[in-house]
Design a protein around this ligand. Structure first.
Ligand SMILES: C[S@@+](CC[C@H](N)C(=O)[O-])C[C@H]1O[C@@H](n2cnc3c(N)ncnc32)[C@H](O)[C@@H]1O
Length: 302
């Protein structure tokens, strides 16, 4: 893949930048890519750009998020028009354009959970970070310096994404356990559960954090069914490790991907490289032996 695949909107935790490295560990061709924790589906989009899978399953517990992807892929002209109308409204507020964010947030929290409303909130909020309070209401604040993704850019990107995935994708808003039930040999399951330690917020509707033991136990289902999988799970930044290793008994191999300079550390005047772990299921391990080191920026860990 040359360069980054298009995205709908910036989304915190997106694997768009890492996609070229992650895709190196996938078979050349396979039946179906299943993303149980799809977020904005960066890996499905990048895989479709390379025509590696015949079909795609996009799932996220956050139903409104999945609705954005569904509308972008199945009905891009409608989503582009709805987003443009909302985006244009902010200029009625002059210098107070950030106030418009709160108006849309209230609409969203009071029954209008439309794909375009949520898309605008993600496009305009701090770091593209979707946050819900204990009452289940979207509570993230606007980034006051920006107007949010330009509707022309958005429109161009969603048409590309729609062309790649329309007619090949099914959409679900289920807990990941239920999605594992759908997997068969010949599928590839790519998992990017909420980051351990960071997203483990109680009473938080969508970012409840996935308990480590429960997740490790659930992976056994895929092993028993002989389904191939890749898991992005924890991170290392500036020598500090986040997250626990998955149990060796699962038979996976862990490789570290170079995610570049940490923007958080840069803000504090430090230069630290972030590494993100990728776990490779047993039958995919032979693939990892053929990946040239200079291409993968990979540091192998046992
Ligand atoms: C780190 S993000 C995934 C980002 C994604 N890889 C991308 O490129 O945009 C994790 C996602 O898992 C979802 N999630 C949290 N708990 C879940 C669960 N129990 N089942 C399914 N999805 C869940 C969250 O809503 C969130 O969008």
């Amino acid at each position: 893949m040359n360069g980054k695949a298009p995205h709908i909107v910036q989304y915190q935790g997106s694997k768009r930048k890492l996609a070229p490295q992650i895709l190196q560990y996938m078979p050349e061709k396979f039946n179906r890519l299943i993303e149980p924790f799809s977020g904005m589906a960066a890996i499905s989009i990048a895989t479709a750009m390379e025509h590696r899978a015949d079909s795609y399953v996009i799932n996220d517990l956050n139903k409104a998020l999945v609705e954005i992807l569904k509308e972008a892929i199945e009905n891009p002209s409608q989503l582009a028009a709805d987003y443009r109308r909302i985006w244009d409204e902010q200029f009625l507020y002059g210098d107070n354009h950030a106030e418009h964010f709160y108006v849309v947030r209230d609409r969203f929290n009071n029954g209008q959970e439309t794909p375009a409303n949520l898309l605008y909130l993600i496009a305009r909020c701090v770091k593209g970070a979707v946050r819900y309070g204990g009452n289940g209401k979207f509570n993230q604040s606007p980034d006051k310096r920006r107007h949010g993704t330009n509707p022309d850019t958005l429109e161009q990107n969603i048409y590309v994404i729609s062309n790649l995935l329309k007619g090949k994708t099914s959409y679900f808003a289920l807990d990941y356990h239920d999605v594992f039930e759908m997997a068969h040999p010949g599928d590839l399951v790519y998992m990017d559960p909420p980051y351990q330690g960071v997203t483990n917020v109680r009473d938080n509707r969508y970012f409840s954090g996935v308990p480590f033991d429960e997740f490790a136990e659930a992976i056994k289902v895929l092993n028993n069914k002989q389904v191939d999988y890749l898991i992005s799970y924890d991170g290392v930044c500036g020598g500090k490790e986040y997250g626990e290793d998955l149990p060796e008994s699962l038979g996976c191999k862990k490789v570290m991907l170079n995610a570049g300079l940490s923007s958080q550390a840069l803000l504090l005047g430090k230069k630290s490289t972030t590494f993100e772990a990728l776990y490779i299921s047993e039958s995919l391990i032979p693939l990892s032996h053929t990946i040239p080191k200079q291409l993968s920026f990979m540091e192998e860990m046992a």
